[in-house]
Design a binder for this molecule. Sequence first.
Ligand code: NAD
Length: 447
Amino acid sequence: MNISVIGTGYVGLVVGACLAETGNDVICADVMASKIDNLKMNILPIYEPGLEDLVARNQQDGRLTFTTDIAAAVASASVLFIAVGTPPDEDGSADLQHVLAVARLIGRHMTRELVVVTKSTVPVGTAGKVAAEIVREARFAFHMCSNPEFLKEGAAVDDFMKPDRVVLGVDSDQARDVMGEIYAPFVRTGKPVIFMDIASAEMTKYAANGMLATRISFMNEVANLCEMVGANVDMVRRGIGSDSRIGSSFLFPGPGYGGSCFPKDVKALIRTAGEIDLNLLVLAAVEKVNERQKLLLAEKLRGALAGDLGGTHIAVWGLAFKPQTDDMRDAPSLTLIEELLRAGATVCAHDPAAMNEARHKLGDTITFAETNYEALEGADALVVVTDWNEYRHPDFERVKAALSQPIIIDGRNLYDPEKMRELGFGYYSIGRTAVEHTPAERVREIA
Ligand code: NAD
């Protein structure tokens, strides 16, 4: 099949490479010339496990090509995926300008009957707006499909190749047949392809992210409560996660959710409801809890360092919003670093993948260390923000020797509190620190 993917970011690149891998001829198009030039040389704009090999192999075999010529990409497609960004507008709604700009080009440059797939996360009703733009200049029939993407950054290739399910909102039998054929190789183990109407497919993506964000904020509140009353959130998590109605994933407390999807999708869903005067009370609270949680690590640090962060030097392990990615969009590390700098602290940070991205975002406001141990030299405390595997079993003697004070704020509950105490650390984690170590008043204050 001749497939074009417009927008070659986290989603578009993964989609394009994976569809080429199953034998389709795929053109990935983007307006960013530097990105396309690099991709032609197999230099990827993002870090994503397995993606580099996939791009190189399919490009070499001639099934995957890259271009900035959007018109040409449209002209040669029989199926076209729109995978451009939908960032939050000032009022929190999804900004559809890129999606609609692509739609206009589709109408102008299509050369045959086309299935147009919205892969970007877009509010209910967007497929209709896209169709209205296309139809202005279209000379051929076209069919709309909403195909929300559920890949997780850090495991994106795997998620696309072996999805839990594929959601397809279609408006015609042709779209249903073509999309069913495209996805057949990815669901051979019997995972469901769920066909539905377009509005429901568009809503499914927001509802999924809203639910996941809700679990995170809920567990963060439970964790903060555990800490104040002397319970251990690790035990509580295991206790509730073994209930099959609840399940064990997405129950880990931490420094708040971040990344390119949850914050913006929660905002956009609240905004969609607001447009019809409906208050989404649960999601509004989810967002509020998350804002508070993102300040918690700095608050814990204040508690551990007797209140004043001015003049302190802090080591930060982990900048990406989660492990196995270099994505720092809305990362909790940014809120922490902003707080530390505002309070007059200096920061040295390490991340296995996101340091380049961090340099772009933070410039020389902080320093960067080549290794996680180097980041500790002379620091008054270590804050662990991202749960990269390589931070799970450090040489604690080395950590202690490098720090000027043996204090660790663990935002991911990576270490055993008992062991840390035995090793002589002042150790603060989320929802399981012994009551006497808990800056409970501070938690209450920022509530
Ligand atoms: P991204 O910012 O990484 O990539 C978007 C790309 O689109 C950029 O390379 C940009 O240059 C390009 N672009 C913008 N306007 C264009 C135009 N008019 N023509 C051609 N290219 C254009 O974004 P992303 O993370 O890949 O997300 C894309 C969409 O997918 C968003 O709606 C997002 O919500 C959704 N989504 C993202 C994820 C994720 O984990 N990142 C998961 C599921 C869904």
